[in-house]
Ligand binder design. Structure first.
Ligand code: OOG
Ligand code: MG
Length: 256
């Protein structure tokens, strides 16, 4: 087995067993972004071999709030599988996670494929619907600490996601108010503008980055545009709700 496949297995097993592992860059300081995407693919292939199905793409570190929180200032993407999808209004068990955090996000549902260099107008034309969403991120690394290649190899910390009701995408998405409530208290506030100035820019970036790896965004894919605020840690018993102006809300409960 190649060292890339070894790292992929380590990260996959860390996710399956909900046990943190040391950063890959500690063992291999020269790990490149290219290596990291290869590890990510090998690790997701292990999930696909177990019967999971790809359902889309997540963009990460598309807002200043997120970059500041984790100390990495470049975008990363990851792959979403059906097993990561949580029911709207449903609950999750902390037993399946290491140190999960929750992020308010915007989700796009693709009505057409998208790849390579595209404009915002072309990106919008490929979108069938837009929804409020949340991502559960759970870095497989000790203390939730990583450098860019680490987090890319770790599927950009993706662990779960939940999507609210789908809306018509032909509305102004540039500056929609966002609140994240925990147990009814407003914990984070933001705007869709926090995502690269406009959430469609994240979709434009996703098309380019996914193509660089030889893939493309497919019709029917879900694309998460990236966390809008810093991501608070999840604790047992919490009721979490994200509400986005004009798009509605999406909720999750954490089992006690
Ligand atoms: C990296 C993943 C970031 C986002 O939406 O910005 C991310 C992390 O914070 O662990 O999912
Ligand atoms: Mg995210």
């Amino acid at each position: 087995m190649s060292w890339l496949a070894d790292f992929a297995e380590t990260l996959d097993q860390a996710a399956v067993g909900a046990r943190a592992v040391p950063q890959l860059t500690h063992a291999r300081p020269d790990l490149t972004v290219e290596d990291a995407y290869a590890i990510q693919k090998l690790s997701i292939d292990r999930r696909l071999d177990r019967g999971e199905r790809l359902v889309g793409i997540k963009m990460g570190l598309t807002s200043r709030a997120k970059m500041r929180q984790v100390g990495v200032d470049q975008m990363a993407w990851g792959r979403l599988t059906d097993a990561m999808m949580l029911d709207e209004g449903g609950s999750l068990s902390l037993a399946n996670f290491i140190h999960p955090r929750i992020e308010p996000e915007i989700a796009f549902l693709m009505g057409a494929p998208l790849a390579g260099r595209v404009t915002m107008v072309e990106a919008l034309a490929a979108v069938a619907a837009v929804a409020p969403a949340m991502e559960v991120i759970d870095s497989r690394y000790e203390d939730f600490k990583f450098a860019l290649p680490d987090v890319i190899a770790d599927n950009s910390s993706s662990s779960g996601f939940v999507i609210g009701g789908w809306n018509d995408p032909s509305q102004d998405l540039s500056n929609l108010g966002v609140i994240l409530e925990i147990d009814g208290a407003v914990t984070e506030v933001g705007s869709s503008a926090a995502i690269l100035g406009h959430p469609l820019r994240s979709l434009v970036a996703a098309a380019a980055m996914v193509s660089q790896g030889g893939g493309r965004i497919e019709e029917g894919d879900i694309v998460l545009a990236g966390g809008i605020t810093a991501a608070p840690a999840l604790h047992g018993g919490q009721a979490i709700r994200t509400t986005i102006e004009n798009l509605g809300s999406v909720a999750l409960r954490v089992q006690a």
